[in-house]
Write a protein that binds this ligand. Sequence first.
Ligand SMILES: Nc1ncnc2c1ncn2[C@@H]1O[C@H](COP(=O)(O)OP(=O)(O)OP(=O)(O)O)[C@@H](O)[C@H]1O
Ligand SMILES: [Mg+2]
Length: 400
Amino acid sequence: MSKFDHVEDAMFGQSIFKNESTLYPEYVPPELPTREEDIARLARNFRSLLGKEGSFSVNVAIVGHAGIGKTALCKYTMKRFEEAANNRNIHVKFLYYNCHSFRSKTAILRNVLSEHFRIQSRGFSDEEILDMLVKRLTREEIRLIIALDEANMLNSEDILSIFHSGELFGSEQSMISTIIISRPIEYRSLLNVPLSGHIHDQMDISGYSRNQLLQILEYRANMALYPTSYTEETLNLIADICSSSQNARHGLEILYRAGKLTDLKHETFINPEYIRAAKADVYPELRRDVLEELRLQELLTALGIARKLTIKGITSTTIEDGYESYVLTCEEYDHELRSKSSFRSALETLHKVGILGKSVGPIEEGKRGRRAKITTFDIPATVLVERIENILSKPDVLKE
Ligand SMILES: Nc1ncnc2c1ncn2[C@@H]1O[C@H](COP(=O)(O)OP(=O)(O)OP(=O)(O)O)[C@@H](O)[C@H]1O
Ligand SMILES: [Mg+2]
């Protein structure tokens, strides 16, 4: 009898997934059930770009809690908007940027120019780059719409200067429109008076009701899984779990992980037990890809802090203790040590992306001022350690 081949089985053995990649985080489905009104409102906001009398710049904000389809709504609607306009010979260009990956106005503008207009912008200032871009757009009559997702990674001044781009260079109308996407708390920290004066429509997106979540789960399960692998009850059980967070990603990740577990156990039907196991593994606030977008220095910082926090009885740490643990981590990975100030700025980033929390502790006797306490945010420290170590074990990651 031939030996059971685990690799062969994983590659070609049975799976309950008909189309697994439709549950990957970056996948945008061909429909967004229950979001019809938001889709229409977003598209309508950009109607003025289509008029004969010239284009106008429109700035829209999409604001709402985690996993409720802000990113999906934007990509879905604006891709179609672009296509429909181009089909009628109106030149609209839609570009999507996640500010976790592109963290400054400069990085975004340079990418717009080099990737989409083949203009080399090295050595030019931001103002000159914007000038080149606006001239090019004006000459070719291109209406550019830039989506800035996770916009709180930028600062208000950066966003404001993109808003101002048209006016600055004396062209009659600005050719650049924007969509700012953010969660509510982050949005509030970004918003100031000059900025809000430039937002034409702030779309506050609501969370999903249980019924809506069920509808979304039905649609996505049907696309990803063989129909014999689940029933209405399976999906109802998942909807029950994520109805409190009103978060579609929460439900879809549970579905995905429970499905993977079913495959792993060589079964053909998603057992409720697997749903409960998957539930414990999913952190609804955390995007699955957020750790992958971090730079090496930030990963090592997060790992240093998280390791400190896995020590029994410790729930928060200080910058000093965190830095010590970071130093040990760098030594272990044979990575060049950075100064405390760059450690601090990595901490700031980790706070912004929602991995680490920060609180200001009480004034301690005999010590000056308040000391910042660092904690993990949504995800437990042990899980964070495991996931980061996993990323760092991949080839090439440490070469950055
Ligand atoms: N109406 C819907 N129909 C089908 N799938 C949906 C719908 N709304 C959201 N999803 C799916 O749910 C997941 C989360 O959505 P998305 O990433 O757009 O959330 P988000 O609001 O941008 O969250 P975050 O604030 O964490 O970035 C994605 O996989 C998306 O495809
Ligand atoms: Mg998003």
